[in-house]
Design a protein around this ligand. Structure first.
Ligand code: GLA
Length: 339
């Protein structure tokens, strides 16, 4: 029996920048998805989602489309085969401790753990992890139907224990940034509003960013001239402004962390949230309530994480501050791995 683990992620800052060729600063967390796999004769894949008590069966050589969690398993098998991995018949079972829809990327955790499990059962060498992240993202885009970028998959597969990962999505350059919090802690609080990629505002924001790029004649919004972006019609002007100011906040956060200036780190979290709420319009009342709860608990800063329209809020709390009910401490952990 082979076991693999894919972590969920928290994005410290840099939201809705990945599909805009911008910057982000995520880290893998110690919660995620564990996959168990063993080889089966006969070429069939039998999969079980333990948390849902549901099963699936399909031929490894020709997975057909399906919905929900089955799309992740079938898509990962199909994409690995398309990349030349001879995935054999197998029995797969998985379970996780990142709540779905909490904005902590249970999807990327599942994709990463599945990839490593299927590679191991196929006796195949692990490819470059950025290539693997792209493969996972194709599963998400082409099989699950969510137009997500590469943030979550790179965070799950390329993070380093104890560090955040600065990602430049224009070049895919990765730079580890030590996350020394000097006694302060990071915590997440689930807003209770379920966030789903394939639905709602996420794909709409992507379409708006594409429209803004077309109007400005740039390949991605991070390459836009800020003055030209200010002349875009609404709401494109505010969408572009969020992306450009958020990129600047990522590098300001990297500088604040290097300088050990955690008050500034808190201010940047607040500024990111305000931009996501006002310019990107990706917040909902439940998220605002979670931010307010964390601020009342003495947070130095708090912001929504992930795609928005629900999901979790991340806060930086003073040493000794009591966590509000339901909040969970988060710390950077190791990337996806074989257990
Ligand atoms: C979701 C997507 C990511 C990214 C974030 C927003 O988590 O999966 O690709 O776009 O939203 O930063």
């Amino acid at each position: 029996m082979i076991r693999t683990f894919g972590p969920g992620r928290v994005n410290l800052i840099g939201e809705h920048t990945d599909y805009n060729g911008g910057l982000a600063l995520p880290f893998a967390i110690d919660r995620g998805v564990t996959v168990e796999i063993e080889r089966l004769d006969g070429g069939e894949i039998h999969a079980e989602a333990r948390d849902l008590s549901e099963t699936d069966a399909f031929p490894a050589a020709a997975p057909e489309r399906a919905d929900g969690w089955r799309a992740f398993v079938r898509g990962t098998v199909a994409e690995l085969r398309a990349s030349g991995v001879d995935v054999p018949g197998a029995r797969i079972a998985f379970s996780g401790d990142v709540p779905r829809g909490s904005g902590l990327s249970s999807s990327a955790a599942l994709e990463a753990a599945l990839c490593l499990a299927l590679l191991a059962v196929a006796d195949a060498e692990e490819p470059d992890r950025t290539e693997l992240a792209k493969l996972c993202s194709r599963v998400e885009n082409d099989w699950v139907g969510a137009e997500t970028g590469l943030l979550d998959q790179l965070a799950s597969l390329q993070s380093r224990d104890g560090e955040a990962l600065r990602i430049d999505f224009a070049t895919l350059a990765l730079e580890p940034v030590p996350l020394g919090l000097d006694g302060r802690r990071l915590a997440t609080l689930d807003s209770g509003a379920e966030h789903r990629h394939a639905a709602g505002g996420y794909n709409e924001r992507r379409a708006e960013c594409r429209a803004a790029c077309a109007a400005l004649g740039v390949e991605h919004l991070s390459a836009a001239d800020p003055e030209a972006a200010e002349r875009l019609p609404e709401p494109l002007r505010r969408r572009a402004r969020h992306v450009l100011t958020e990129n600047a906040r990522v590098d300001a956060m990297v500088a604040a962390l290097h300088a050990g200036d955690l008050d500034e780190a808190g201010r940047l979290l607040d500024a990111s949230h305000a931009s996501l709420r006002d310019d990107y319009e990706a917040s909902v009342p439940e998220v605002e309530a979670a931010v307010a709860t964390l601020k009342r608990a003495g947070a130095l800063g708090a912001r929504m994480v992930g795609g928005g329209f629900g999901g979790s809020v991340l806060a930086l709390l003073e040493a000794g501050a009591e966590l509000p009910v339901g909040a969970t401490p988060v710390a950077p952990g190791p990337p996806a791995r074989r257990l």
